[in-house]
Design a protein. Structure first.
Length: 530
């Protein structure tokens, strides 16, 4: 059992946050006769009390998740190995962890994915400036811009947290914030909604990298690659789920319902916490040998005591962010970073505006959402092929292939522009290729970064990859806000095509092969070049 500073404080915080969100719902229900149009409504006492409860609850939950210090001496920890973890068979504990992490990834990715589907509704309710409302005032792009700014900060912050308080504690803290930020759906004020979108981004930006750091340190080496990519491929599943929820719920309950479902999904994730272990490698690195032993027994592994080899001594790093940019990891970090930035620019410089662009072509809400949902569903099986290629053929070459497919679809969109809407079959085919390619890129980006960095900076490394992806999105939306490129089909495609092509070159130059190699073997061989 993983011991936290105060279990009672954590659960009291979860309850306080949940009640705080629930106190926002009466005003939402009161607005049903206006199709849940809440802009301009004054905040009542229950809303204000709810916000106070949310702030207090977040503080309590964070305090309750702080772990106790390990008791083992540094020299004792230095001779403890978790090598048997990579030789362990897949057990029920592994399957349970994979299912829970798949749910966590789905819930996490649904948050930023929802942005694309709520933007048209937000535009009309708040009177914002967009192609759907040329007479608006403030640009609607401020919403994704604030969310992506939060994601960049969250990826950095959670990377540090994951290496300090643990992988499991960081995942649970992000889940509590998922609950808190679901009040985006009940904010009457444009500026309050903007702030809550920023906070949602902070939570989302950190959860995904930490979840994959935990998986990388728990799944046996021979199964690690393909299983993590399969979980990462649930990004496509999240897009399918979000698009179908939008097509079914949004016409009846408005865009706000897509944010409010964060309340039940966040609570659901927290209730699954008993199947989320702490990483045994992290526990050993922080001197918590007894807890690491208990976790490893659940996963059919044993602790090995042996003297450090020269390679292992060379792989010891201080837990600092700057290590990611120093020799010999600097070139690898550049490659991972460019791959992430390229994906982010496509996801938030093209896909974010796709529902809006489809409606500009004359499609109604239901038709555009169904087209996207069906395209995502058609492309979803591709992720199984990608997982097999990544795990059993080549991690590096599979990443390059996914980037080439994505770049090819974007170049076609750039050439055809608005004329692509004249051929519905071609349009759907390109969307399928683009969704499959970007889903594959994201499915591999975080697992790959969680494999190539040492334990002491693994959460920072995966956080950096997540931060690169969010930075790409931040830049994509920022360009739109600056008026340098309108969010048209052609302009948005061009924004993404160039960095994806550069990402292909970067991975070819700096990428390393991780297929079926032990984590310690990967990091020791890389750091042994010092």
């Amino acid at each position: 059992m993983i011991v936290f500073q105060n279990r009672l404080a954590f659960w009291a915080g979860v309850i306080a946050v949940s009640v705080g969100v629930a106190l926002h719902l009466p005003m939402y229900v009161m607005a049903r006769d206006m199709h849940y149009h809440m802009a301009g409504m004054p905040m009542d006492f229950s809303m204000i009390a709810g916000m106070v409860l949310i702030v207090v609850g977040l503080g309590l939950a964070a305090f309750g998740l702080i772990p106790r210090r390990g008791a083992a001496a540094p020299e004792e920890v230095a001779n403890v190995r978790v090598r048997a973890m990579d030789d362990a068979p897949i057990k029920k504990a592994h399957v349970a962890l994979l299912i829970v992490m798949a749910a966590a990834v789905t819930i996490d990715v649904m948050k930023p994915t929802t942005l694309a589907f709520v933007i048209p509704g937000m535009t009309m309710e708040y009177g914002l400036l967009s192609p759907l409302n040329p007479s608006g005032t403030l640009p609607v792009a401020w919403f994704p811009f604030s969310a992506l700014a939060g994601m960049v900060i969250g990826a950095f912050t959670w990377g540090v947290l994951g290496d300090r308080i643990g992988r499991r504690a960081s995942v649970l803290l992000a889940a509590v914030m998922f609950i808190a930020t679901s009040i985006c759906g009940a904010m009457p004020s444009f500026y309050l909604n903007l702030f809550m979108c920023f906070m949602m981004g902070v939570a989302v930006g950190g959860m995904l990298p930490i979840a994959f750091a935990l998986l990388a340190e728990t799944i046996p080496a021979r199964h690690r690659g393909w299983l993590m990519v399969l979980i990462g491929g649930d990004v496509a599943g999240a897009y399918v789920l979000t698009s179908y929820l939008s097509s079914v719920l949004e016409p009846r309950f408005s865009w706000r319902i897509l944010w409010l479902i964060g309340l039940p999904t966040g609570i659901f994730l927290i209730l699954l916490n008993r199947w989320i272990p702490e990483s045994p490698r992290f526990l050993l690195a922080t001197g918590r040998i007894a807890e690491a032993t208990a976790v490893m027994r659940r996963f059919g592994a044993e602790i090995i005591t042996a003297a450090q080899t020269a390679e292992e001594r060379a792989s010891q790093l201080q837990s600092r962010f700057g290590q990611l940019f120093q020799h010999p990891l600097g070139g690898l970090t550049v490659g991972v970073g460019l791959f992430g930035v390229g994906w982010g620019l496509v996801n938030n410089g093209f896909l974010l505006w796709l529902p809006t662009n489809l409606r500009q072509m004359g499609m109604d809400v239901g038709a555009s959402d169904r087209l996207l949902a069906n395209s995502a569903l058609i492309g979803f099986p591709v992720i199984f092929v990608v997982a097999m290629l990544y795990g059993f053929w080549s991690s590096k070459r599979t990443m390059i292939g996914a980037a080439i497919v994505t770049a090819g679809a974007l170049i076609t969109f750039t050439i055809l522009g608005e004329r692509v809407g004249e051929n519905r079959l071609l349009l759907q085919g390109l969307i399928v290729a683009l969704l499959a390619g970007t889903s594959a890129m994201l499915a591999m980006l975080t697992p790959y970064s969680s494999e190539v960095y040492p334990t002491r900076i693994r959460a920072r490394g995966t956080g950096l990859a997540g931060m690169a992806g969010r930075t790409g999105g931040f830049l994509g939306v920022g360009i739109v806000l600056a008026g340098l490129a309108p969010p048209t089909i052609r302009g948005a495609a061009l924004i993404g095509a160039i960095p994806i092509a550069l990402a292909v070159v970067a991975v070819i130059r700096y990428g390393i092969e991780t297929r079926r190699r032990r984590l310690e073997e990967i990091t020791a061989s890389e750091l042994g070049q010092v």
